[in-house]
Design a protein around this ligand. Sequence first.
Ligand code: ADP
Ligand code: MG
Length: 242
Amino acid sequence: MAHLELKGLSVQFGGLRAVDGLDLALEHGELRCLLGPNGAGKSTTLDLICGKTEPTGGQIIFDGKDITHLQEFKRARSGIGRKFQTPAIFRELSVIENLELARSHKPGVLASLTVFRTRVQGRLKEVLELVELREHIHTKAGNLSHGQMQWLEIAMLLMQDARLILMDEPTAGMTIQETEKTGEIFNSLKGSHTMIVVEHDMGFVRQIAETVTVMDQGSLLAQGSIQEVENDPAVRAAYLGD
Ligand code: ADP
Ligand code: MG
């Protein structure tokens, strides 16, 4: 069974069909890059999946359940995490405080304080290793580098046990080194986390993706390996505006 399935998903803003009958299926642990020219409907697709925007048609199935009209906070609770372009971190708090806060916002974890503490410590260590922030736990989040802030936000989603992570242009504004490190983080999350990554940087896409999906004008234009879609005449036309 697919982890996430979109069936004929649509949303209309006034006369504009921003997402128009989109079908998409992601396996558990898969990383899918979502490509397409500006205005193709990529960000709106992520908004529909996380519940920020209400669809006007179609279905969203997550973990076998129809979540098409589920409220945004309930989707977050069920394991859908969204990373925004401006990281949702508390700049005045330290790295560790941000992570603890993220964890305490996960409903249900306070059931047993002892179990909670032991489990959280283990998870914290794992997550800090992954994003290489272990040496910076007492650093104010506002004093981190741009890349580190992005990784902290990813770490916060992991502390909330997000199992489907939606990322919109995560490497925007990053240095080459930060971009590569981000690719390593994503690659190590493969298998345990399902991810949709909207991205323009094709070098980065090559580092992380196996299958890519290309959207244009709200619909699916092409899907396949990077090489397949790069050689697809319809994809070339969409980018060149022919
Ligand atoms: P992408 O992320 O692929 O660049 P978007 O999903 O942001 O594209 O936008 C798709 C289309 O929908 C664009 O034409 C955009 O202007 C329009 N759009 C997005 N959000 C809204 C909204 N809230 N209200 C009206 N139009 C919107
Ligand atoms: Mg966008």
